[in-house]
Write a protein that binds this ligand. Structure first.
Ligand SMILES: *[C@@H]1O[C@H](CO)[C@@H](O)[C@H](O)[C@H]1NC(C)=O
Ligand SMILES: *[C@@H]1O[C@H](CO)[C@@H](O)[C@H](O)[C@H]1NC(C)=O
Ligand SMILES: *[C@@H]1O[C@H](CO)[C@@H](O)[C@H](O)[C@H]1NC(C)=O
Ligand SMILES: *[C@@H]1O[C@H](CO)[C@@H](O)[C@H](O)[C@H]1NC(C)=O
Ligand SMILES: *[C@@H]1O[C@H](CO)[C@@H](O)[C@H](O)[C@H]1NC(C)=O
Ligand SMILES: *[C@@H]1O[C@H](CO)[C@@H](O)[C@H](O)[C@H]1NC(C)=O
Length: 413
């Protein structure tokens, strides 16, 4: 348990500089929390399954929409990972290459053994296709003249930009061409002047290698956990299929339009982590999220089960500065629901309510009134349902889709 929090704390204080990894976390089945996201854990027999989704306006830095983790109660071991990828603001992810001229895209070399087809660096833009202009043919991608680790393609941006991501693609060919060329791993180098280059480093690794493509068509997005500012950005292929050839783009924005960026964060206060997410009851679910000063956990039973107290949803709140749960940590049991009819909604909600996972399919992604009461709302994310509680004293207003002091969709008598 100590290891888990030490790791979180280090991530918070070290920011984007490389350090040796912290102590190995002691495995145990406690659902992880997710900053700027919501975690829902459910328990079936000995298996704890936790799904995470980022709040509206945030995305997982891996580009994944939804992430699932599982833990085996009998071993205490998490199957793939015991933490979720970080949720980052879904902003400052504009394609940057459309704004630069062809002459700003250069490369270490360009394939010269074909007299009929041009493979220059300016062919390396994302989605570039084979083109014919008069008698000249232009390749759907940049291709290096030789396959060595010194090869690169680079861009000089019109001004210093904040770089938050890289997209790569293999080389596009005509259907009769059997070439199958793409870069499977690369590194990023960046520079302010085009002379002094620095390798991109993540929080975990100095000079981070990034995964590239598996085919010639699919775009692979790498969102950078440590965004950087640069005028020049270079892609250096490290591994490839057949030959070094690619198409690429950078994702980012003008640094002045993205204030959350900081080179070396200087934390002012130690984060307090006295509250740990509560485990869900057997045949139940638990959704925990950090709110101002508290960890809020909302629990309900899975389909065909209900609490033996007849409550639909139970909220527990833990004070982050004392570590104390209101009403204790204990939850009622989920018992098999022998009633044939599902429970009716707790109110006559103006805009209806979303209470079941399958209702997310027709509702789509977003926040909706939950059926259990005016304080609760349902977040649908990629087919998953997360039942959440508004912060203390607030009600969910389905019109603004926010927690507010009054609710137009759920007027309380
Ligand atoms: C959980 O771990 C135990 C002990 O290793 C194993 O026997 C069991 O099959 C595991 N359960 C699942 C669902 O993987
Ligand atoms: C691209 O150029 C246009 C026109 O100058 C400008 O409005 C836009 O903000 C630029 N986009 C980026 C991402 O720099
Ligand atoms: C960037 O520079 C190129 C070449 O000078 C110019 O053609 C292009 O319009 C510029 N783009 C923006 C958005 O300023
Ligand atoms: C590439 O293919 C391998 C093997 O099929 C797979 O494990 C990996 O996730 C793929 N990578 C991407 C970026 O699709
Ligand atoms: C947490 O507990 C402290 C000490 O009792 C109290 O001052 C504070 O208001 C509580 N915070 C919340 C959010 O309830
Ligand atoms: C909702 O409205 C119907 C019809 O007006 C009424 O019969 C029912 O009791 C109401 N339900 C609640 C929970 O107020």
């Amino acid at each position: 348990m100590a290891g888990y929090f030490i790791k979180l704390f280090l991530i918070f204080i070290i920011g984007c500089t490389y350090v040796e990894s912290a102590t190995t976390p002691v495995p145990r089945c406690i659902g992880p929390t997710l900053e700027n996201g919501i975690v829902q854990c459910s328990r079936k027999d000995q298996i704890l399954t936790c799904n995470g989704a980022c709040n509206t306006g945030y995305i997982f830095y891996t580009g994944a929409k939804e992430v699932g983790l599982t833990c085996n109660y009998s071993t205490g071991a998490w199957k793939t990972s015991d933490t979720f990828p970080e949720c980052i603001p879904d902003r400052c992810l504009t394609h940057l290459l459309p704004n630069v001229s062809d002459s700003a895209i250069t490369a270490s070399s360009a394939f010269s053994q074909s007299k009929s087809l041009y493979f220059g660096a300016d062919r390396g833009r994302l989605d570039s296709k084979i083109e014919r202009v008069g008698s000249a043919y232009y390749s759907g991608g940049w291709k290096a003249d030789i396959n060595t680790l010194e090869q690169y393609i680079q861009v000089e941006l019109n001004s210093t930009m904040l770089i938050r991501g890289v997209v790569t693609q293999g080389r596009s060919v005509l259907s009769e061409d059997s070439a199958n060329e793409y870069v499977t791993q690369y590194r990023i180098l960046y520079s302010a002047d085009g002379y002094t280059w620095q390798p991109y480093s993540s929080r975990q690794v100095n000079d981070q290698f990034l995964p590239g493509n598996n085919d010639t068509i699919t775009k692979v997005v790498n969102i950078l956990t440590c965004p950087f500012k640069a005028r020049f950005v270079r892609i250096n292929p490290l591994a490839w299929h057949e030959n070094i050839a690619l198409r690429f783009d950078l994702l980012g924005c003008d640094p002045s339009s993205y204030s959350e960026y900081h080179d070396s964060p200087t934390p002012t206060a130690r984060p307090t982590n006295l509250c740990q997410p509560l485990p869900p009851p057997s045949n139940g679910m638990m959704h925990c999220e950090k709110q101002v000063g508290v960890l809020s956990c909302v629990s309900n039973c899975v389909d065909k089960y209900k609490f033996d107290t007849d409550e639909m949803i139970i909220q527990k709140v833990c004070n982050q500065s004392t570590g104390v749960w209101n009403g204790g940590e204990g939850l009622p049991r989920c018992i098999y629901n022998t009633a044939l009819e599902p429970q009716p909604p707790a109110h006559n909600y103006t805009n209806g309510c979303v209470g079941l996972k399958k209702e997310c399919d027709s509702a789509g992604n977003g926040d909706f009134q939950a059926c259990a009461g005016c304080r609760f709302f349902s977040t649908c994310s990629e087919g998953y349902l997360y039942i959440r509680a508004c912060p203390e004293a607030l009600l969910f207003d389905a019109v603004s889709r926010l927690c507010d002091y009054r609710s137009r969709s759920c007027p309380v008598a």
